[in-house]
Design a protein around this ligand. Structure first.
Ligand SMILES: Nc1ncnc2c1ncn2[C@@H]1O[C@H](COP(=O)(O)OP(=O)(O)OP(=O)(O)O)[C@@H](O)[C@H]1O
Length: 286
């Protein structure tokens, strides 16, 4: 299967790499993939996120930046309802998945929303590569086997497609049935990306995906993120200002559970509106 083809239903037209949105305007409704409004989140009595509103644009990379403990991962986890399994975690406000241009919306926080179905649309990649202790092939085929009734040949094609998409195929095509744990850290992280995209999400959430990787592997994953945004809307949490400026189109700066400002990445890094943003991106605190 051609790695540039997209087997997902509701695929979006490709954005041209390099055409970052630098106009500083908020994403308009048609190009928004997730709309967050007056969002508040708690762990027990502790409020981790306060009154946060943000439009996450479609087919772009949005970076969440801010000092440790400011709520970046909490928001990411609410976007695909991972906090469902955290005792005492609760949230209020609106979190709407815009789904596709046909306008079908999903109320992420609604108890009637099926979290498993939601996670098919919103993949997540974590800080530490976490392949299953299975073969490379089985890692990628795991999700599709649960959700799709694919023949052996179709599954082979899907596994090849996802590994090509994650820029890993050439390195693993001769060892597909060997353990994924034998891969390097950078290869394991690309395998986790292949595993996430194999179930056909529209959105990819990445929580510090390069923090456990060496510079060469980081560079490969960053290149991959840049390419993947042609077909996916990507949110990346990162502590690296350089990484945010290299890979993202838009940046949102969080501080003490609040969104301080968001905008085109170039604007946030060169002409932030808020003093706290300027202090953070220039390294005065963090
Ligand atoms: N499971 C949990 N139970 C209780 N408090 C939590 C839990 N997870 C996070 N918190 C608290 O919520 C706040 C926000 O945490 P969160 O992990 O979202 O921050 P972050 O910005 O992602 O931090 P980092 O950059 O260090 O990963 C922190 O004060 C944290 O201690």
């Amino acid at each position: 299967m051609d790695p540039d083809s997209n087997p997902k239903p509701g695929a979006q037209p490709a954005a041209t790499p390099g055409q970052a949105n630098t106009d500083g305007a908020a994403a308009d409704a048609a190009s928004t993939c997730i709309e967050i409004g007056d969002f508040n989140a708690w762990y027990g009595d502790y409020q981790a996120i306060h009154q946060l509103s943000l439009s996450v644009p479609r087919n772009q990379v949005t970076a969440f930046i801010g000092p440790s403990g400011c709520g970046k991962s909490t928001l990411l986890k609410w976007i695909n309802r991972m906090n469902d399994i955290v005792p005492n975690a609760h949230a209020k406000g609106t979190l709407t998945l815009k789904e596709d241009e046909s306008g079908q919306e999903v109320d992420v926080l609604s108890p009637s929303t099926d979290a498993v179905a939601l996670r098919r649309r919103i993949g997540i990649v974590f800080q530490k590569p976490n392949p299953f202790p299975k073969t490379i092939y089985q890692n990628v085929a795991f999700g599709p086997r649960l959700h799709l009734n694919a023949s052996r040949g179709e599954m082979d094609e899907l596994v090849e497609w996802a590994l090509k998409k994650a820029a890993l195929w050439d390195e693993v095509k001769d060892r597909l049935h060997q353990s994924a744990l034998g891969l390097s850290g950078g290869q394991q992280q690309r395998l986790c990306i292949a595993r996430a995209i194999a179930i056909g999400p529209n959105i990819l959430l990445m929580d510090e995906p390069c923090s456990a990787l060496d510079p060469a592997s980081t560079s490969r994953v960053e290149d991959l993120i840049f390419e993947l945004r042609e077909q996916y809307s990507i949110v990346i949490v990162t502590h690296s200002m350089q990484q945010a400026s290299r890979v993202s189109d838009r940046t949102a700066f969080f501080y003490q559970g609040r969104l301080i400002e968001s905008g085109a990445t170039e604007q946030i890094f060169t002409m932030p509106r808020e003093q706290r943003t300027e202090d953070y991106v220039s390294g005065k605190f963090g």
